[in-house]
Write a protein that binds this ligand. Sequence first.
Ligand code: NDP
Length: 302
Amino acid sequence: MHSYAKLFATSQEPRMSDQNFRSILTGSFSTPCADNPTVAMIEAAYHHAGIDARYINCDVQASNLADAVKGAVAMEWVGFNCSLPHKVAVIEHLDALTDAARIIGAVNCVTIRDGRTIGNNTDGKGFLASLKDVVDPAGKKIFLLGAGGAARAIAVELGLAGAAHITVVNRDAAKAETIAALVRDNTDSETTATPWEGKVQIPVGTDVVINATSVGLGDANALPEIDLSTLKKGQIVADVIPNPPMTRLLREAREKGCTPLDGLGMLVNQGVIGVELWLGKTLDADVMKKTLRDIFGVSGAS
Ligand code: NDP
C-alpha cells in the first residue's frame, strides 16, 4: 500500500488505495498570461463532464520555453496550448508537427504521447468548426480581411477544406501575398492578395466575409474600413474578435440581412478540439461559451 494510503486508511471503505488523487494535467504556456480566460473555460467544462483534469495557465518567458516543454513531458502532462509569443518558437522543441501546423508554420496546441510532443494548430480549425455550423466552405468564395497569425491559420484551413476562392486583403500587402502563396502552394484553392486601400469593397458573389484583423478587440464601436453598402443579404459575415463578441461589423451585417458569426465560437471550438486531441473526449461547448460570456459580461443573446 502507498504510504499516504497507510497514513489515512481507516477500517471503513473506501480505502485510500481505491481512490485516485492524480489529476490529468493540461495547460497553457504564454506571457503575459493573466488575462487569458481559456483556463476558466476549459476547467468549467472538465468539471461539468466529471473529468478529473486540470488546465494550468503558466506564465512562461521566452528564455524558459524549452524547459517548460521538457517539464510538461517530465510531469506527464497530456498536452498544452501555446499562445503568444511562443507559437512559432515552440516548434524547434517538438518531436513532430501535423500537416496543418507545418503549413501554417505555427503551433498553438501540443499533444504529448509516450513522451513524444506533436505540434498542431487549432486556431484555423476552431474557426472552421464554428463556420461549419452555418455553412460548408467547400466551393465557396471567401473574402478575408487581415494577414496576421489568425488570418494565416484560417486561410490554410479554408484552403484544405476546399474553398473555391480566397481573397486576402491587408494594409501590408506583402503579408497578404505571403498567405495567398502559402494557400496556393499547399491546397487547391485559388487565392489572391489585395492591398487594403481606403474603404474596401466586397466583391459581388462573395459567400463569406471574415474579419481576421484585430479591429474591434475591446472596442464595440470599431469597424474595419469597408464599404458597408457592398455587403449583401444572405452572406455569412464572421469576426474573429471574441470580446466583445457582437462587434460593430456583425451588428451592421445583421442589419443588412447577413448571417453574423462571432469569435466566441472560434475560441470555444479551439478548446473543444484541443481536449479531443489530449483526452479523446468532447467537452460541452455550451458550458464553455457560457463561461466566456459570464467572464466578458455579455448576455446570452448576441
Ligand atoms: P496579428 O497582430 O498577427 O495581426 C493583426 C492583423 O490585423 C494584421 O493583418 C493587421 O494588418 C490587421 N490590422 C490591425 N489594425 C488594423 C486596422 N486598423 N485596419 C486594418 N487592418 C488592421 O494578430 P492575430 O492575427 O494573432 O490576431 C488578430 C485578432 O484575432 C486579434 O484581435 C485576436 O484577439 C483575434 N483572435 C481570435 C481568436 C479566437 O479564438 N476568437 C484566436 C486568435 C486570434 P497589418 O498587417 O497591415 O498591420
